[in-house]
Ligand binder design. Structure first.
Ligand SMILES: Nc1ncnc2c1ncn2[C@@H]1O[C@H](COP(=O)(O)OP(=O)(O)OP(=O)(O)O)[C@@H](O)[C@H]1O
Length: 251
């Protein structure tokens, strides 16, 4: 298989292997995500889903293989190329990791001003639009500690979007939230999926959410994609025994 992405492929993993010591977490993994699509990774705990997102954020490096994003290389690549390619990628983590000493508006404007060189006025104007989008237009002067976990996570979503990424990585973004706060965050993400053209790659245990927003669902097991398809196909008529077992346990 050629390691060059086609024009429609925003993300491409070619024979990517990642080991932690003796533990082969990703095993010659191949998959791609087309521009504008919403793709969800599902699978048992420890199957390597979060590791995929961490590779895309360059928080860890693969041992072998090629990772491409938007036609550029993340691996193997020199630092300059990695910096350029990384600008296409935003991520929301389980923990919101907001800057506690900055108010909500500044949390959203800080990176566009510092990293993209955006003027403070332009960054503030865009941030206000994004805070409206996540339902927090009236909270811009608050500190993160004055907000609920769900509100903090919505600020983290606005902060990721403020960098104008082409792809948004979502790593179990509701798993640290109290149950009553989950729906508000997922509704915001559903809106973003519906109203923007951003590409999304999600790891989630929220199967109804996955069913709602996904164009494609990839089922992982032991570091490989064992089955992929539309949510209708994967959730209603899975082919693989491991997928049936997994869905039987979580649905
Ligand atoms: N920094 C690390 N050092 C050592 N082992 C690691 C590290 N990060 C992940 N692992 C191991 O890699 C495997 C895959 O982890 P990963 O977090 O990608 O799985 P996951 O599918 O996202 O699981 P979960 O659904 O529980 O979050 C696990 O066995 C984990 O212990």
């Amino acid at each position: 298989m050629s390691a060059d992405p086609t024009p429609h492929e925003l993300i491409r993993f070619d024979n990517v292997t990642k080991r932690f010591g003796d533990n082969t977490v990703l095993d010659n993994l191949c998959f791609s995500v087309e521009t504008g699509k919403h793709v969800t990774l599902i699978g048992p705990s420890g199957s390597g889903k979060t590791t995929i997102l961490r590779l895309l954020m360059t928080l860890v490096k693969p041992d072998e293989g090629v990772i491409s994003v938007n036609g550029g290389r993340l691996f193997p690549a020199d630092e300059k190329e990695v910096r350029e390619v990384r600008k296409n990628i935003g991520m929301v983590f389980q923990q919101f990791n907001l800057f506690p000493h900055m108010n909500v508006l500044r949390n959203v404007t800080e990176a566009p001003v510092r990293v993209l060189g955006m003027s403070k006025d332009e960054a503030a104007e865009r941030a206000k639009g994004l805070l409206d989008l996540v339902g927090l237009g009236d909270k811009q002067d608050m500190r993160p500690t004055q907000l609920s976990g769900g509100q903090q996570q919505r600020v983290a979503i606005a902060r990721a979007l403020a960098m104008r990424p082409q792809v948004l990585l979502l790593d179990e973004v509701t798993s640290a939230l109290d149950p009553e706060l989950v729906a508000g965050v997922l509704d915001v993400l559903r809106d973003i999926a519906r109203t923007t053209d951003i590409t999304m790659l999600c790891v989630t245990h929220e199967m109804n959410f996955a069913r709602d927003i996904s164009d494609d669902v990839l089922m992982f097991d032991a570091g490989r994609v064992i089955e992929s398809g539309s949510p209708e196909k994967i959730f209603s008529d899975p082919e693989h025994e491991r997928t049936r077992e997994f869905l039987g346990a979580v649905l």
